[in-house]
Design a protein around this ligand. Structure first.
Ligand SMILES: Nc1ncnc2c1ncn2[C@@H]1O[C@H](COP(=O)(O)OP(=O)(O)OP(=O)(O)O)[C@@H](O)[C@H]1O
Length: 295
């Protein structure tokens, strides 16, 4: 589906991509990782035909630079930084839907699933939405259409836990029909969403690994956390995950999206000395899984 062959990109004398070779097929969910300046965005821009480059880039046998319209019609794209668009939300959705031959209602429906009622904001300029609202709308535009390739730059960073869970479910619906490239600085943010990890360093592929594809994207864990004693900073941190506490503040219950389990355990690990027990069970998956960590 996507083929990079010996792709070199130079900005004046600065060689930013130094001969990248990659083949990405439908069903591949790729984490494109690497430190700041590694070349991730440049590679994506070459893929979208925004940049000329040496070597060859092909999307379904089409060169993006010469066939931008045809290539972009296959691609749902969530940019890293929201564009500073003054266009009102309603108009933006109608425009985006017309460009990619979708229906505005399809995009609005995805937005509603993510918790953004676009009707309420239809006259509001896009640029005046909050960071999370912009992210939800951009995701709705990218997912509320047919696409064979989804390219997303840190797409879930601004989403609250509930919206992340819905977002992972939306990705699960697309996982067999599309290839996905999710760019991130941090592998732990995206590790459970993908089945392949590609790392760029100074414009070169330094790692290309297929990884275990075991986490159900749409699964959800029911969690109970018990503490030795209540503590206010812990309460604040876990309430951000939508958990509710017992009256004495020593037991907390809530749900965590399956792919978010690592992030959640990362948060808990900061309070390891407080923990008396953690109980995590698959709440919505077909098979019942149980991970119990007791004191
Ligand atoms: N338009 C440009 N003109 C000149 N240099 C550029 C341009 N775009 C990117 N670069 C340079 O190319 C290198 C790679 O940048 P790129 O944005 O692709 O990195 P990245 O891996 O996406 O980084 P980040 O994680 O910080 O977004 C950097 O050194 C950057 O300064």
């Amino acid at each position: 589906m996507i083929e990079f062959q010996n792709v070199v990109k130079k900005f004046r004398r600065n060689e930013v991509l130094k001969g990248v070779n990659l083949t990405i097929e439908r069903g591949h969910r790729v984490a494109l990782v690497g430190s700041n300046g590694a070349g991730k965005t440049t590679l994506i821009r070459c893929l979208l035909g925004e940049y000329t480059c040496e070597g060859s880039v092909m999307v379904d046998s089409l060169t993006p630079r010469e066939n931008r319209r045809a290539v972009l019609s296959k691609v749902g794209f969530v940019p890293q930084l929201p564009p500073p668009l003054k266009m009102p939300v309603g108009q933006l959705i109608r425009f985006a839907a017309s460009v990619c031959d979708s229906h505005p209602q399809r995009m609005a429906d995805v937005a509603v699933r993510l918790g953004l009622d676009t009707d309420q904001f239809k006259y509001q300029p896009f640029v005046k939405l909050s960071g999370g609202q912009k992210q939800k709308l951009l995701i709705a535009i990218a997912l509320g259409r047919d696409s064979e390739l989804l390219v997303m730059d840190e797409p879930a960073a601004n989403l609250d836990p509930e919206a992340r869970h819905i977002f992972f479910g939306l990705l699960a619906e697309k996982k067999d029909e599309a290839a996905m490239i999710i760019s991130s600085h941090r592998l732990d943010e995206v590790a459970t969403l993908v089945n392949r990890v590609i790392e760029l360093d100074q414009g070169q592929v330094v790692l290309d690994d297929r990884v275990a594809d075991l986490v159900e994207l749409s699964s959800r864990l029911s969690c109970r956390v018990r503490l030795i004693r209540p503590e206010a900073p812990f309460a604040k941190a876990i309430q951000e995950w939508g958990f509710t506490g017992s009256d004495d503040g020593r037991e907390w219950n809530g749900f965590v999206a399956g792919p978010d389990r690592l992030r959640f355990l990362g948060v808990l690990s900061r309070y390891a000395a407080l923990l008396a027990g953690i109980d995590m069970r698959e709440a919505e998956a077909r098979q019942d899984h149980e991970a119990v960590l007791n004191d």
